[in-house]
Design a protein around this ligand. Structure first.
Ligand code: DGT
Ligand code: CA
Ligand code: CA
Length: 580
């Protein structure tokens, strides 16, 4: 499936074109190109296949793709580039997207910076901010200048690592490709990706094969490889075309599989502790497996069928990869207290779904249909409240219309459709709709969407006030961090989690890959304080419903069991919790 790369390249180009048209102040094109990028992103087929099979008409069936964009897609498939893209590219600095994507920037500000200060890259922006040249511009101030420096710093820290959704997609493609092209018995991705960290340093692949040379050859010859860094007899390391990500591959023989899976899954910290346990028991643990130590003689390798057998040989319960971070899991395994972690198949619904009523791109009916396809028993439609203007928040009138539409649809549908809204927690901790409206909703999701930079004391008070509101059901993306953009709010989260537990409010695990909020470490902390959780996708379109697996990954990293997660409940059980 390596060819899906074309889809990704087009998505990136169309997004860049949308942005450049925005800077050109062209009216409708930015939206059109973004819609097309969105449409292509949601495809499960390669555009090249679509074109081959159904030609131009086939392409035009992709959501957001009309005549002129279909033309560009064909141009790209045939020639490998898009003329209009190249023309626009010449007019703007290459790193324009990085500039616009910085928290608090946007196209308008960037345009001024390019024009007045000839800023063409994050480095130049940093220099200008440090030399205090930015604060002198109209519409910029000392505060903006500091915000720019903060945003650059966060961006830089995150840049070295890739988002888990992207890493997962690439790793799955490598696995599929290798299965077809190389003689192998087993292939898995390991490392931080198997542990489902929120960001991934590099992709690690483990293969069992009797012909390592052929495996390594196939790996280094993948279309997606930009540069081969190393190529040995059993291992190789490459740089991929996609954002210069690194991928490592190791080949072992079958007798070392269990040992190698454990070793290369890590984490390093977990494995170091495991090794100490092995030594105490008279064993040696290596990347090849467990060896019985014998004085003066060669160590004897213990045959192991699986990773499970490896842990059991060391007197431990099997530890799921997501828990291997040396956060107490080895002690739990010794006492046979490893939790029975929640799984994707346990999930019965999703409480956080957007539609065209605010910033979603599908109708309520389309989202309902997609949720039914997932086999869900219920979903909650939760569009933005009025103050979130950038997300086209609904005023009371519009929400009332939506409620009426849902009531009407609910009569026809077997799946339970819950009425909800993602209501802003305003600066003073009050909610963005009056009580008279809130009480009409089945679920009220509260979230902070503005005034992120408050003092810790004020932010803590603000969120706790919302948690005390009797109408609130769920606290959305509780820490507010956005990977590569924004740190979590400065607040006392222990206090916040305690208040959530005390007031019986549910904490959201938001599955959007740039959020993954709460993440594993926070979940574990909140669980210890008695909190309950729900895993939501915060879907903006039907394909977003698939993000649930990422949220489940974080839940597992936070040691959650089925009983800790509200959306594993049946409809009947929900009625007791939400008073439906
Ligand atoms: P990443 O790539 O930064 O997201 O994190 P990992 O955990 O994938 O780390 P990586 O790619 O450096 O190495 C893959 C696995 O190999 C790691 O999880 C554990 C194992 N490993 C690497 N270096 C060491 C080491 O020095 N000691 C031990 N015990 N294991 C190691
Ligand atoms: Ca790695
Ligand atoms: Ca690695």
């Amino acid at each position: 499936m390596m060819k899906m790369g074309t889809n990704r390249e087009l998505v990136k180009m169309f997004r860049d074109m949308a942005l450049m048209y925005e800077l050109e102040e062209v009216q409708w094109k930015p939206r059109a190109y973004r819609e097309a990028a969105y449409g292509i992103e949601g495809l499960s087929r390669d555009v090249k296949d679509i074109f081959k099979k159904d030609g131009r008409e086939g392409l035009k069936e992709i959501p957001g793709v009309g005549d002129s964009i279909a033309y560009h897609i064909i141009e790209y498939i045939k020639k490998g580039n898009i003329k209009k893209f190249n023309e626009l590219r010449k007019k703007y600095p290459k790193e324009i997207t990085e500039l616009v994507d910085l928290e608090g920037m946007g196209p308008k500000k960037v345009k001024v910076l390019i024009k007045k200060l000839k800023i063409s890259s994050p480095e130049k922006l940093k220099k200008a901010a440090k030399e205090h040249r930015i604060r002198k511009l109209k519409g910029f101030g000392e505060k903006t200048e500091q915000n720019i420096l903060d945003a650059l710093k966060i961006k830089k820290e995150s840049k070295k690592r890739m988002r888990v959704d992207k890493a997962l997609e690439i790793a799955e493609e490598i696995v599929e490709y290798m299965k077809k092209k190389a003689p192998l018995q087993e292939i898995d991705y390991v490392g931080s990706l198997r542990r489902m960290r929120t960001t991934i340093g590099d992709i690690d692949i483990l293969v069992i094969s009797k012909s390592p040379k052929k495996v390594i050859d196939a790996f280094t010859k993948m279309d997606s490889v930009r540069k081969v860094i190393s190529k040995g007899t059993t291992r190789s390391s490459v740089i991929l075309k996609e954002d210069d990500f690194h991928a490592d591959l190791r080949v072992v023989d079958k007798s070392s599989y269990a040992g190698a899976m454990q070793y290369f899954t890590g984490s390093k910290e977990h494995s170091i502790e495991l090794r100490k346990i092995a030594i105490k028991k008279g064993y040696k643990l290596s990347e090849y497996g467990i060896f019985k130590r014998k004085k003066g003689k060669k160590n004897k390798k213990i045959p192991l069928k699986s990773e499970k057998a490896l842990y059991e040989k060391l007197g431990l319960q099997y530890i799921p990869p997501e828990m291997r971070e040396n956060r107490g899991e080895l002690q739990a395994a010794k006492k046979k207290q490893i939790p029975d972690l929640v799984e994707l198949k346990d999930i019965k619904g999703d409480f956080h779904i957007h539609t065209k009523y605010s910033d979603g791109s599908n109708t309520i009916e389309e989202m309902v249909k997609a949720a039914k396809k997932k086999g869900y028993a219920y979903i909650a439609i939760a569009d933005h409240s009025k103050s979130t203007r950038i997300a086209k928040g609904m005023d009371e009138k519009k929400l009332k219309r939506q409620i009426a539409a849902i009531n009407k649809l609910a009569k026809k549908e077997k799946i339970k459709i819950l009425k909800s809204a993602e209501v802003d927690i305003l600066k003073d901790g009050s909610l963005d709709y009056p009580d008279s409206i809130l009480k009409k909703l089945d679920i009220v999701i509260g979230g902070v969407h503005s005034n992120f930079k408050m003092s810790s004391r004020k932010m803590t008070e603000r969120i706790i006030k919302a948690l005390k509101n009797k109408h609130l059901t769920i606290l959305a993306h509780p820490t507010g961090r956005s990977i590569g953009k924004r740190d979590r709010y400065d607040a006392d989260f222990e206090k916040i989690f305690k208040a959530a537990a005390k007031n019986k409010k549910i904490l959201e695990i938001n599955s959007q890959p740039e959020r993954l909020d709460l993440d594993g470490a926070n979940i574990l902390a909140a669980k210890k304080l008695g909190c309950k959780f729900c895993i939501n996708t915060d879907s903006k379109d039907t394909s977003d419903l698939d993000l649930m697996k990422l949220g489940v990954g974080q839940a597992r990293r936070g040691w959650l069991e089925k009983k800790d997660v509200i959306n594993t409940r049946t409809c009947a059980q929900l009625k007791k919790i939400f008073k439906l």
